[in-house]
Design a protein around this ligand. Structure first.
Ligand code: ZN
Length: 452
C-alpha cells in the first residue's frame, strides 16, 4: 500500500481509560481503522509505558503514538478524526483526562528529552502544556489535560531499533455484547502456545502460580494481550490461542514493555515517585510486616542516604531472597521511590535486584577441649571454659568465631511475571539477540467481526 505522501505526522494520546472501562489501545484501533485510507503507517502503533510510580496513572501508565505518512491536505482531517473518536469513546470520569498531540515531520529534541523524563520522573501538566504549545502543531485536551504528558512522551519515544530494545504486543478485542462477561479463552491453549513459542513470547503465564496472564480482569474491551519478540510470532500465537467468543479485532503494537527502558535512563538520586537504580548496603536484617511485605533499612553506596527498601507480598518468592539479606550485604536495587510522610522516610519499592556482595557473617561458639576435643562449657562469667569429659579447665581460652554459611547466591532476582510492572525485563528476554529493524507484516491489524 504505497501512497503518495508529503509529510510525516506523529500523533500521541493518553489517559482515555479508567479502572471502570474503556482502553487506550482499543481507541487506538478505532482511530487506525478510520484513518487507514488516508495515511500510510510508517511504524506499528507504539504502546509506550511511562514511569509506573506516578500516583495518578491509569492502569499501566501506557500511552499510544502513531507515525504516519500522509498528504498535507489530509493532516487536519486526520487530527480531527482522532480527536473526535477520543471525544466520543473516552471514559467519562473525573479521573480520566485525555490529551492528544500531533507533531509534523522532525521530532524536536525537547520532546525526546521530555520522553526520557516521563520514563523515570513525575512531570507537571503545566510543563506538558508548555511543550504542547511550543512544539506541537496541534493539541487537544479534555478535563485537566493530564493525558498530554503521556501523549507527548509517546511521540518522543520512538523506540529507534539502533538505540532501544523493544517488544511487541498483540491485543485482541471483544465484541461489545460480551464486555463485562467472563472471557472465554482456553487456558490449555495458552499453555501450549507458550511452550511452543518460548522464548519468543513472554509473560503469558505466571511461573510460580501457573496463572494465565494474557487475559485482563474487568470490564475493558481487551480479550487478551500476547507479548513477544516479533509480529510473526504473535500472529502464530493468535492462531494457537483458542477462544469461544467472537473476536472483534486485533492489533499489534510496538512497545517498550519488558525492556527495562525506565531503568536504562534512571539514576540513584532519591526523589519521590521516581525510578531508582543504584547500589545500596543493607543496615539491618529484613523484617516481615503484617500482610507479608518484607522491609529493611539500607544506605545508598554513592551518598550514604538512609532509606527503607521494600519487597511487597505479590512478589512472592522474590521476598525469600530479600529476607536472606544481612547487614553488610550490597545489592543493585531497581525500583520506584515513595516518600512516607508518617515516617518522614523514603522507601524503594523493589522491582528487581542484583545481589552484588555477600558479607562475611560469624557466629560465636564454645571452644573445643585441647585434651580430648570435646566441646567445652562455660565455667561461669569471666572464668573461661571447662571440659565435662576430662575435667580440663582453662581461664584464658576464648569463644570460637565461626563463619556462617550464607544460603544466598550473587546474581539477578526478579519477581514472578504476575507481580512485574509492564516495563520490567523478564528473565526470558535476557539472552535474546538484539533486534536491529522493524519488520512490517501484512496483517498487523484486522477487523474480524463487524460490530458497528
Ligand atoms: Zn577434655
Amino acid at each position: 500500500m504505497t501512497k503518495k505522501r508529503d509529510s510525516i505526522l506523529h500523533i500521541g494520546f493518553d489517559d482515555t481509560d479508567s479502572l471502570s472501562g474503556s482502553c487506550t489501545t482499543h481507541i487506538a484501533t478505532k482511530i487506525i481503522h478510520r484513518i487507514s485510507e488516508e495515511v500510510e503507517f510508517l511504524d506499528y502503533p507504539r504502546l509506550i509505558r511511562n514511569n509506573p510510580n506516578v500516583p495518578w496513572k491509569t492502569r499501566g501508565n501506557g500511552a499510544i503514538a502513531f507515525t504516519l505518512g500522509l498528504k498535507n491536505e489530509n493532516i487536519e482531517n486526520v487530527f480531527s478524526t482522532a480527536s473526535q473518536i477520543i471525544e466520543d469513546l473516552h471514559q467519562k470520569d473525573p479521573n480520566t483526562n485525555p490529551g492528544l498531540v500531533a507533531v509534523k515531520n522532525h521530532i524536536p529534541n525537547e520532546i525526546k528529552q521530555f520522553s526520557i523524563n516521563a520514563l523515570k520522573d513525575v512531570i507537571s501538566i503545566n510543563k506538558a502544556k508548555a511543550i504542547a504549545r511550543k512544539f506541537c502543531s496541534y493539541h487537544f485536551t479534555i478535563g485537566n489535560g493530564r493525558g498530554l504528558i503521556g501523549a507527548i512522551a509517546a511521540i518522543g519515544n520512538n523506540l529507534n531499533p539502533e538505540k532501544e530494545d523493544f517488544s511487541y504486543e498483540l491485543l485482541s478485542y471483544r465484541s461489545p455484547e460480551y464486555i463485562g462477561k467472563k472471557r472465554q479463552v482456553s487456558s490449555e491453549s495458552v499453555r501450549k502456545m507458550d511452550k511452543q513459542l518460548s522464548p519468543h513470547v513472554f509473560n503469558n503465564i505466571d511461573e510460580e502460580s501457573g496463572k494465565i496472564l494474557i487475559t485482563p480482569a474487568g470490564k475493558d474491551p481487551v480479550l487478551y494481550g500476547i507479548r513477544g519478540e516479533t509480529p510473526e510470532v504473535l500472529l502464530e500465537a493468535f492462531d494457537l490461542v483458542h477462544v469461544s467468543e467472537p473476536v472483534e479485532s486485533f492489533c499489534i503494537f510496538r512497545t517498550n514493555q519488558g525492556t527495562d527502558q525506565h531503568f536504562n535512563y534512571s539514576d540513584s538520586m532519591i526523589r519521590n515517585f521516581s525510578v531508582y537504580k543504584g547500589e545500596i548496603e543493607v543496615i539491618e536484617k529484613p523484617r516481615i510486616l503484617l500482610g507479608g511485605h518484607t522491609i529493611f533499612n539500607a544506605s545508598t553506596v554513592k551518598d550514604n542516604k538512609i532509606i527503607d527498601v521494600a519487597a511487597f507480598e505479590p512478589s512472592k518468592k522474590f521476598r525469600e531472597v530479600v529476607r536472606k539479606l544481612l547487614p553488610g550485604d550490597r545489592i543493585m536495587a531497581y525500583g520506584g521511590i515513595k516518600y512516607k510522610q508518617e515516617y518522614q522516610k523514603f522507601t524503594i519499592q523493589l522491582e528487581k535486584c542484583e545481589v552484588v556482595h555477600i558479607s562475611e557473617q560469624f557466629k560465636e561458639e564454645s571452644p573445643f577441649c585441647p585434651n580430648c576435643s570435646k566441646r567445652m562449657i562455660s565455667a561461669g562469667k569471666n572464668k573461661g571454659y571447662k571440659c565435662r569429659k576430662c575435667g580440663h579447665k582453662d581461664r584464658n581460652i576464648t569463644k570460637l568465631r565461626v563463619p556462617i554459611i550464607r544460603n544466598l547466591t550473587r546474581g539477578l532476582y526478579i519477581p514472578p511475571a504476575q507481580a512485574q510492572r509492564h516495563l520490567v525485563k523478564p528473565f526470558r528476554r535476557y539472552n535474546l539477540s538484539k533486534k536491529d529493524n522493524v519488520n512490517f507484516v501484512e496483517n498487523w491489524y484486522k477487523i474480524l467481526s463487524k460490530t458497528q
